[in-house]
Design a protein around this ligand. Structure first.
Ligand SMILES: Cc1cc2nc3c(=O)[nH]c(=O)nc-3n(C[C@H](O)[C@H](O)[C@H](O)COP(=O)(O)O)c2cc1C
Length: 315
């Protein structure tokens, strides 16, 4: 099927969304009534994300990009979520029925290609109160809550949770193996980029050499030094809320990008069953979905690879 160049561009933009381990777990089907976004179970992370929660969150980020691209063209997309078959597949059906997307997404369109994650150091200055308010508002508009962790005691507790949860992850050989599997040369078009030549050694050291204690220490330091430490969450738990989280995350990230900020993820306490309730208890809201730092990067973030559009199409 020939796809209209405008829709092709929307799909390209959708594919620029962030995803866990850069798995890009989305597939698109274009038909006259609209665009379907499917999660791709072949791109799941059974150890890191056994329930597929982050996979659906990642697809939610792609959906927000689609809505933003459409809004910039003056089009609205209605969004419906369906369970496909009896497998753990979620189908998101969007139809060009217009008018649904008047919530002011259009101005974020030009920031989709500029947004990148950042794992380096941040400039220490905290974003202004106005910026923080605009981020909280962005999450709220997508039905999620966003809480900055500012109280010194709460911050200390979160830093310790990051430390303990990171150590637990790195002590698990299956988790290390899965991470190493997704570290690959940029020519693959997905995964966490490592050089084609030195990649084998890096994967080997991820599996066997890197110390859990050292990783826990460096993640804890990153949490402690974060200019802004944030938790994004929902009121209740479920696939619909994960989809909502993804859209909220991407809206927050695009808004943050507009202000020169990048995200560094510190999700470890949320990824671990043992720690997630403790973080929830600390915050007192509904389930936390993502924990991340935002700040001005002390360097230039580089784009990560993306797969060609043809491989994302579902026929
Ligand atoms: C739901 C979700 C969870 C993520 N979790 C982590 C994480 O725990 N650690 C990390 O370093 N990056 C994490 N990331 C960032 C991805 O690794 C990143 O989006 C991906 O490599 C693509 O790079 P980009 O964001 O620069 O486009 C996560 C992203 C998403 C959407």
């Amino acid at each position: 099927m020939d796809i209209d160049p405008v829709i092709r561009e929307w799909l390209r933009l959708a594919g620029q969304a962030p995803s866990s381990h850069n798995t890009q777990p989305w597939r698109f089907r274009v038909h006259r009534a609209g665009i379907e976004v499917w999660t791709d179970p072949a791109r799941s992370l059974p150890v890191n994300d056994p329930a597929g929660r982050e996979r659906i969150i990642s697809c939610g980020c792609a959906v927000l990009n689609l809505r933003t691209a459409a809004a910039a063209e003056g089009q609205g997309l209605n969004l419906r979520m369906e369970q496909a078959g009896d497998g753990p597949f979620i189908r998101l059906l969007t139809g060009h029925r217009g008018g649904a997307d008047r919530q002011g997404l259009a101005h974020l369109r030009d920031w989709i290609d500029v947004r990148h994650s950042w794992r380096g150091r941040f400039h220490p200055a905290s974003p202004s109160a106005e910026i923080v308010t605009s981020l909280v508002q962005a999450a709220y508009q997508e039905g999620a809550w966003l809480v900055p962790i500012t109280e010194p005691e709460a911050r200390r507790a979160v830093v310790e949770q990051v430390r303990a949860a990171t150590a637990a992850q790195w002590k698990d050989p299956a988790w290390r193996n899965e991470l190493a599997y997704w570290m690959r040369a940029p020519s693959h078009g997905d995964g966490l980029p490592v050089s084609r030549f030195g990649g084998g050694l890096i994967r080997w050291s991820m599996r066997h050499l890197v110390s859990a204690r050292a990783m826990a220490g460096s993640e804890a330091r990153a949490a402690r030094a974060a200019p802004l430490l944030l938790v994004l969450g929902t009121r209740i738990e479920g696939p619909m809320q994960w989809l909502m989280t993804g859209q909220a995350l991407q809206r927050v990230l695009l808004e943050a990008t507009r202000h020169g900020l990048c995200a560094r993820y510190l999700n470890q306490p949320i990824q671990q069953n043992e720690w997630r309730p403790k973080l929830a208890q600390l915050l007192g809201g509904g389930p936390p979905q993502l924990l991340f730092a935002l700040g001005r990067p002390d360097g230039t973030p580089r784009p990560t690879p993306r797969r060609p559009l043809e491989t994302l199409l579902k026929h």
